[in-house]
Design a protein around this ligand. Structure first.
Ligand code: ZN
Length: 487
């Protein structure tokens, strides 16, 4: 009883600390699955969508990567993604939450052109991002990496430090989902919509400051070790390699039994390579051994029944149309079609098959201390918060009527010839709100919505100052671990 009271006290304390107020006592009371109906509304649940039985439900795995895309980080991501295939023979896919600072735009184009997902993770990775960070990221990625505005549909808060205001912005900007909240066991649900607010990180019921109908939340499910303590991002930093591999396998099997809820591996690639000539910090696991362990785990997971490694957008697409596992090999959203263009154009692919991507077609943009490449022309200055899309360059940005892989930015031409590859970006351009959007202005120097309201931080999740991105432990995990220790 004392233990129970202590736990209730701790959860109440945590909820108060996080600045959120519970609205209702249980999911069932708050979100009625006979009212909240797919494909527009999903209640949080550990049961598979569409009434699928466990034996008909695929086990999804998500691999996500965070922060800037540079040659070394992309190499790590491709080591994990590039060599492996799903049951339909197509390469597995990952989601990269990209921050602009230190990113090479041409590598983002390559990641996207290979069929992976690009998501928003701010311009400069601050503690409390406001609209300029979120909108500027989309505008820069659209302009200089050529990613269609409507395909940048996901968001992760730096340091997982979400606030209610964050969700206001991404909802206003037309994002499809957030993946910044954390889950232990009972709340490691399938993705759900925020029609009744966030369920994760709220400790009891829903957070009523975060009601955004139709906006998905994809909870980040922690890895529980043999003592039940949670490990979220970069779990390979938290124990001997073989031990962590055992945690991953045990947790994967736990998910498979508990509603086949999606299993996640959340990676900062910077931990998985060593810069030549730079010694490792004391007590740092060998990056090569960690990467090898993750590869071995993925090979093991893909050998388990009906396992699919998918992007976040693929996962949500499947939720709206939950095709049984035995029919997934012909499920179009999981298929892989490589464009056959026949000549090398600057689109992130090796179009002529000679082993070199965008051979001789990239522009190298040198801004003294910052150098990156792009297919879409060097602007007059490096993109910044004040000006995420500087003018300049003589290349043509991807229009709203063509997808990246088919667009020739030098010839100003869409090479898609039939309905199978046709793409029209119907999303509103980043930064524009309401019905006043002008799709033709999506590549312009548009800073609408870049309000200078940094002093307006609301009472959301607690700030986690003093921790850098590579060693982040969300505040709730600190609280949770602490409470497990004293209980
Ligand atoms: Zn980050």
């Amino acid at each position: 009883m004392v233990k129970k009271l202590l736990k209730i006290f701790s959860l109440t304390f945590a909820c108060t600390l996080l600045g959120v107020v519970s609205r209702l006592d249980s999911v069932e009371a708050a979100c009625d699955p006979t009212v909240c109906l797919p494909p527009k509304c999903f209640c949080p649940s550990i049961n598979p969508p569409g009434g699928l039985t466990l034996d008909k439900t695929p086990q999804f795995v998500q691999i996500t990567f965070d922060d800037s895309i540079q040659p070394n980080t992309l190499k790590v991501a491709n080591e994990l993604i590039g060599k492996r295939v799903n049951p339909n023979g197509c390469p597995i896919k990952g989601t990269y939450y990209v921050s602009i600072q230190y990113t090479d735009f041409s590598l983002v184009t390559q990641w996207y052109a290979a069929g992976n997902e690009v998501a928003d993770h701010t311009m400069t990775h601050p503690q409390d991002p406001f609209d300029d960070e979120i909108i500027g990221n989309k505008q820069s990625l659209n302009a200089f990496a050529g990613i269609p505005n409507g395909k940048i549909a996901g968001w992760r808060s730096p340091f997982l430090n979400w606030q209610p205001k964050t969700f206001d912005i991404i909802a206003q900007q037309g994002f499809l989902y957030d993946s910044s909240t954390t889950a232990l066991e009972d709340d490691a649900t399938w993705p759900y919509t925020m029609d009744y607010g966030l369920y994760n990180d709220c400790w009891k019921g829903f957070c009523n400051q975060t009601i955004h109908p139709g906006l998905f939340e994809i909870p980040m499910a922690a890895i529980l070790d043999d003592q039940g303590s949670p490990h979220l991002m970069d779990p390979y930093l938290d124990g001997p390699t073989d031990t962590v591999k055992g945690w991953l396998q045990n947790n994967f099997l736990r998910h498979a039994k508990q509603g086949k809820t999606p299993f996640g591996i959340y990676v900062h690639p910077a931990h998985l390579y060593q810069i030549p000539g730079t010694p490792l910090a004391p007590n740092t696991p060998d990056p090569d051994a960690s990467l090898k362990m993750l590869e071995e785990f993925l090979d093991w997971a893909l050998a388990q029944p009906d396992t699919w490694v998918v992007t976040s957008q693929q996962l949500l697409e499947w939720m709206k149309n939950p095709v049984p596992a035995d029919q997934l090999k012909t499920y179009a959203p999981f298929s892989c079609q490589v464009p056959k263009i026949g000549k090398e154009i600057c689109n992130g692919l090796d179009d002529n098959g000679n082993g070199q991507i965008d051979e001789g077609l990239l522009e190298s943009c040198n801004f003294n201390t910052v150098v990156w490449s792009t297919c879409y022309g060097c602007p007059s200055e490096n993109p910044s918060l004040a000006n995420p899309v500087p003018k300049g360059g003589d290349r043509f940005h991807v229009p709203t009527t063509c997808d990246t892989v088919w667009w020739d930015p030098i010839a100003n031409q869409c090479l898609c010839q039939d309905a199978n590859c046709a793409y029209t970006d119907l999303s509103k351009p980043a930064g524009l709100v309401g019905n006043s959007s002008d799709p033709n202005n999506s590549n312009g120097n548009n800073n609408n919505g870049n309000g200078n309201n940094k002093s307006g931080k609301q009472n959301g999740a607690s700030s986690i100052t003093g921790l850098n991105t590579l060693t982040l432990i969300p505040s709730f995990i600190i609280i949770s671990t602490f409470m497990q220790w004293i209980l």
